[in-house]
Design a protein around this ligand. Structure first.
Ligand SMILES: *Cc1c(COP(=O)(O)O)cnc(C)c1O
Length: 404
């Protein structure tokens, strides 16, 4: 359309505002109406106090204002996708002591893309072949049996074969010319016969790249760089758990050539296994803002806040006769002050399971379902300020009601 024709067209087009850069009237009206609407109410959804912790089913964590501001600002501008990954990747790498980094769609896709990068290198023909790795020289990944069962499934998306070992001898025997990578699942460290340091040393001895999944292993914040400093070639972490970035974001970090290769299997390119693992630009900005905030937090103060919350609940519930409570810190994954509450069920006729259901069905709803037979485990770190008082009150009410 010529400029003269365009002007003529605009003067008669009913939605001309859209073409001249002014938002459509309909869109403006929609935005205003949305601000007044309560979508949670409109959709009939139940919200709750999160005494459960960081779980995908419970929509993980809440994004802080700084993160939402980054997302909001990002939504107003275009940038080139690869430029954004380059720049944010540099910043993340500097914060986490890795050579390079990229934002992925969750830790899961970091696991897939990191593995893909190791398998293909910069060979685009290989990228196009995944997940058919039958013709690849190296297409096996070694892991400990005790580390299998859930997230190692991500690795199989690339087509690799998992080789399970238990002892050092088995690992050394399993390494051969088909071994592409070794994989360590940090949360399972206490259950395996080979610890993360020895695992890395063995991988290095045989010159096999080692990947570690530390998805839920911050705090402590130092874990973000500990495994990079130690020499793991690839480190994968969730963005929407403790770091409180977008729930669908994660970070893949590690050696420069592996990250560069991993990006060949990821958006914006197509014809690869990662095309469906897109992270939008808002999430990439949000991930960066969240990580920056998290790394610079006063973690001692955070810990104190969590401990104070746990104590508010502990002090309230232990006033009820027959109730015992303690604060403990899980040895690995979700390392935060956590409550274990139990009671004499001959004095208080309520099972932990009934308690969690009553809390769920109460007002306001509280999700605290990590109940085992004789105790309830309550997590306080994903609560909002003041929630602990409500939980203390509701928990105590339910205990009192059930007294015989
Ligand atoms: C949560 C989790 C994942 C998956 O992470 P997402 O960020 O949800 O994709 C992988 N590994 C472990 C150990 C996890 O806890």
């Amino acid at each position: 359309m010529k400029r003269r024709d365009l002007i003529k067209y605009l003067s008669v087009a009913p939605l001309a505002g859209g073409l001249s850069g002014v938002p459509f009237n309909t869109a403006q009206a929609g935005t205003k109406a949305l601000a007044k609407r309560d979508l949670i109410k409109e959709l009939g959804l139940r919200t709750f106090i999160n005494a459960y912790g960081v779980y995908t089913t419970h929509t993980a964590s809440l994004m802080p204002d700084e993160v939402m501001a980054a997302i909001q600002a990002a939504s107003k501008k275009y940038v080139l996708y690869n430029d954004l990954q380059d720049k944010v990747g540099e910043k993340i790498a500097a914060m986490c002591h890795s050579e390079a980094a990229m934002v992925t769609s969750g830790c899961w896709s970091a696991l897939v893309l990191g593995t893909a990068g190791i398998l293909t290198g910069m060979d685009k023909a290989k990228v196009a072949l995944l997940p058919d790795v039958s013709g690849f020289e190296r297409n096996e990944v070694i892991l400990q049996k005790t580390h299998s069962g859930s997230y190692d499934h991500a690795l199989t998306n690339t087509g690799i074969k998992r080789v399970f070992v238990e002892t050092v001898e088995e690992m050394e025997a399993a390494i051969n010319s088909k071994t592409a990578m070794t994989w360590f699942y940090n949360e399972a460290d206490p259950w395996g016969k080979i610890g993360h340091q020895q695992w890395l040393a063995l991988s290095k001895k045989h010159k096999i790249p080692a990947m570690i999944d530390i998805a839920a292993d911050v705090p402590p914040v130092e874990n973000l760089w500990k495994f990079n400093d130690m020499g793991y070639d690839v480190v994968c972490v969730s963005g929407g758990k403790a770091i409180r970035g977008p729930q669908s974001a994660g970070i893949l970090m590690g050696r420069k050539e592996i990250i560069a290769a991993a990006r060949l299997s990821a958006p914006p390119g197509g014809g690869n296994i990662g095309r469906g693992m897109k992270v939008n630009k808002e999430e990439i900005f949000g991930m960066y803002a969240a990580l920056d905030r998290f790394v610079n937090l006063d973690h001692g103060k955070e810990w104190q806040i969590w401990e104070d919350r746990a104590n508010v609940i502990l002090n309230a519930v232990t006033k009820v006769n027959g109730v015992k409570a303690e604060i403990f810190v899980p040895p690995i994954a979700n390392i935060t002050p956590t409550l274990r509450i139990s009671w004499d069920q001959s004095l208080i006729k309520l099972t932990p399971r009934e308690m969690s259901l009553n809390l769920r069905n109460g007002e306001p709803s509280i999700e605290a379902p990590k109940s085992i037979n004789d105790a309830m485990i309550l997590s306080v770190w994903m609560m909002q300020p003041g929630d602990e008082k409500i939980v203390a009150k509701r928990f105590t009410e339910e205990l009192m009601k059930a007294r015989v």
